[in-house]
Design a protein around this ligand. Structure first.
Ligand SMILES: *Cc1c(COP(=O)(O)O)cnc(C)c1O
Length: 381
């Protein structure tokens, strides 16, 4: 948690809206992930927050990357290519997985020289890869239960488990190599059973694939979804990790290469948004604050990520349940209809919101002429 005093000072220095990225917290999250899951290499899902400084810090800690577009791939490639990593862990492929099961022919052609690791989940994609990126290694994305995850993904991606081995066979028939299997339990997955069921499914598919002679298929990619403690109801990560480690040992050989694609888990707690009150009114008896950041900007997660961020004031006072609105002229630009805030805040006073590092600034727009929040980095090494 960044100290209030520092947030205030940064806001004075840089103005608002401000997005403060704490690299000490980023490193803590990465190390926590590695400490609890020592067998797993973390491929940071860049879409959660594609800031180059974040990419560099994670790389320096020893992390790898999950990208889903050519601009993301190039961003990672350019930022890590000359960078020494403190804890370089030599692992699988080129430190990057292109984990979008659907790729354009142009993207594949651009990726091909890098001999990329790419995911797929259908027959058409095999033909496309064969034609446009024959040097790629493949990872089959399998559909798994997403029950209870905040962001559901299983309706869009993943081959049905029953078709998995045939899709592996089809890729080998096209002279491609299937390096492994992947899944995604859905983002902010607080139902740990999803992971357990997914691992059992993967173990069955691996066994059948190996029985049919596909011994090169040996990477297990457990995807993202690792939940952040936005509220008290989220069970601790250590408990999930303990379950996962037990299942890895029970279901898979010791030399299995296991990777994960954590996005939210690494960045969510590493950023704080600071905004300024620019308007105040009472509407139908309810106190309304208007701030200079909103759902078209840093609070985009309210819409796209289904996360309710809490706003805090820098001082106390008698409180009321208030509405908080963003700066644009769209009524959708509603940050919250129920925030408990001091009722005597004045125009020009600041509010802040913690744990807003993931899927926030990443989907900020310039809608209505309001630019995204300025980003400042603290505790960079
Ligand atoms: C978005 C995404 C992730 C990251 O998910 P989190 O829930 O943020 O950890 C990982 N892998 C894939 C394929 C994704 O699409």
């Amino acid at each position: 948690m960044v100290a209030q005093k520092l947030l205030k000072r940064l806001a004075q220095e840089h103005g608002t809206p401000l997005f403060v990225v704490d690299h000490a917290e980023l490193r803590r999250n990465y190390r926590l992930f590695k400490r609890h899951l020592p067998r797993v290499q973390a491929y940071y899902a860049v879409k959660a927050n594609a800031d180059p400084a974040i990419i560099r810090t994670i790389y320096q800690e020893g992390g790898s990357f999950d990208v889903a577009s050519i601009p993301e791939f190039m961003l990672v490639h350019e930022n890590i290519k000359d960078l020494p990593a403190k804890a370089r862990q030599d692992f699988i492929w080129d430190k990057i997985i292109y984990a979008n099961p659907i790729k354009t022919p142009t993207a594949l052609e651009q990726l091909n020289p890098y001999k990329p690791l790419v995911t797929y989940d259908n027959l058409e994609e095999i033909h496309k890869i064969k034609r446009h990126a024959p040097q790629a290694g493949l990872v089959l994305r399998v559909q798994v239960p997403n029950t209870g995850s905040v962001v559901e993904l299983s309706s869009k991606f993943g081959a049905p488990a029953g078709e998995a081995v045939d899709l592996i066979a089809a890729a080998y028939e096209a002279d491609l190599t299937v390096e492994g299997l992947s899944f995604h339990v859905g983002s902010q997955c607080t139902n740990f059973t999803n992971y357990i069921q997914a691992l059992q499914l993967m173990a069955n598919i691996f066994r059948e694939a190996w029985d049919r002679g596909y011994h090169e298929t040996k990477i297990l990619d457990i995807g993202g979804g690792f939940p952040v403690a936005y509220d008290r109801h989220v069970k601790p990560f250590s408990r999930l990790a303990k379950m996962l480690n037990a299942e890895f040992n029970r279901l898979f050989p010791a030399d299995m290469e296991i990777l994960a694609e954590p996005g939210r888990f690494l960045v969510a707690t590493a950023a704080t948004a600071v905004s300024e009150i620019v308007g105040k009114s009472v509407r139908d008896g309810k106190l309304c604050y208007y701030i200079n950041d909103g759902v078209y900007h840093t609070f985009s997660g309210v819409i796209f990520d289904h996360i309710q961020y809490h706003l805090k004031a820098f001082r106390s006072g008698p409180t009321q349940i208030c509405s908080v609105f963003g700066p644009t002229c769209d009524a959708l630009d509603t940050v919250s209809l129920a925030e408990e805030l001091p009722e005597d805040l004045e125009l020009g006073e600041l509010l802040y919101s913690e744990n807003i590092g993931a899927y926030s600034h990443a989907s900020s727009t310039h809608f209505n002429g309001f630019p995204p929040a300025k980003v400042v980095h603290i505790n960079q090494e």
